[in-house]
Write a protein that binds this ligand. Sequence first.
Ligand code: ACO
Length: 431
Amino acid sequence: MPDRVTLTDSRSGKVIELPLLHGTHGPPVFDMGRLYRELGYFTYDPGFLSTASCHSAVTFIDGEEGVLLYRGYPIEQLAEHSSFYEVAYLLMNEALPTQAQLDNFTTLISQHTMINESLKNFYRGFNHDAHPMAIMVGVVGSLSAFYHDSTDIHNPAHREIAALRMIAKMPTIAAASYKHSIGEPFVYPRNSYSYAGNLLHMMFSVPSEEYELDPVAEKALDLIFVLHADHEQNASTSTVRLAGSSGANPFACIASGIAALWGPAHGGANEAVLRMLEEIGDVSNIPTYIARAKDKDDGFRLMGFGHRIYKNYDPRARIIRNMCHEVLSELGNENDPLFELALRLEEVALNDDYFVSRKLYPNVDFYSGLIYRALGIPINMYTVMFAIARTVGWAAHWKEMIGEPQQRIGRPRQLYDGPAHRDYVAIEKRS
Ligand code: ACO
């Protein structure tokens, strides 16, 4: 097969050859970089349906086959054998760690879990009813006002420490967002706990009582974090990359990723699923909501169904679905009516031609909210949980991009369809 694609412009008769690039997996990609210079055209691909925005060695997804690999390792194997710390090391460093490397990484993260005391003042600017994601966008962004001695993005050691700081501080910032919203004092991190354990401790312990960490909750959260750690060039990761491509402060870039994640079409879906289940309320109402989801004149969508890339099955959904049963029975929540409602909704949708023909399967967030609910995590913290885990992916992609010698600012083009030309009209002459 020739390693190029020949493009003939039938208008001008010009022919150009574009290099065909082959990744380790996935369809070949032809390099359009010269298209404008040689033929005078841009390409048009809103939503990036056929456009690779970069090359990357972090994560691979085959949406047709339902495959997800972190640095080549299948998500199923990592979910079964690994831990969030190990996966974080893998995503950040390209290989699984030795025991010594893992110990060192864990220690490094735990040494950066505290936040500057003055950062706490930022929380006071938020009302108690502020959405924790709003607080996250603000407080994580404000980290960019600190660490001036170590945010030279052209220095690899600075990039490393910035990435570690982000991963380490995210649970502390998240737990403080929650504590602020319920008016309880912030709880300091305890570094003897695991990453997930520390988050639970900071969210649920109070200074006046002993806190007992529930190992079922800790294990479940650790697994959810593994499943959410990265997902290649999704909306939030692409946002972090685009913000970072201008050379912006790394903490500000992560704040932009949090903002992109918040939307219900992305990370906000886990919260939207639970709100939808509460709204449906009873299995008898399922047909009404299925009909609404199918009605093009109704904006309602079945939240937690469908995925831009997975057109077979979201492999994370399979893992988390099994865990959902396990966690709910171990925590004694298996009779949660919302869980029963979710299973029934899933069954109805999976057998309905509208969903089957469009390959709309439940995604990871259809189930994650049910587990969070069983763990006692409030609904408005669900997307925050996602943000904590995804920080590792954002940091890994940001590091990969900035470390590239040829790194350039991301600058998409457009198809302009506004007014051609208009002369200014004085205000008194406008009708
Ligand atoms: N409910 C009802 N219909 C749907 C749904 C849904 N959840 N998702 C897609 N469709 C329909 C669309 O109306 C469209 O139908 P049509 O072909 O008759 O016009 C068709 O399926 C294709 O949908 P698109 O919007 O083109 O698919 P896209 O790839 O752009 O969107 C998305 C993917 C955003 C995930 C979408 O399926 C959705 O909104 N799902 C609900 C929100 C959700 O769960 N998001 C979480 C994503 S996973 C994550 O971020 C971890």
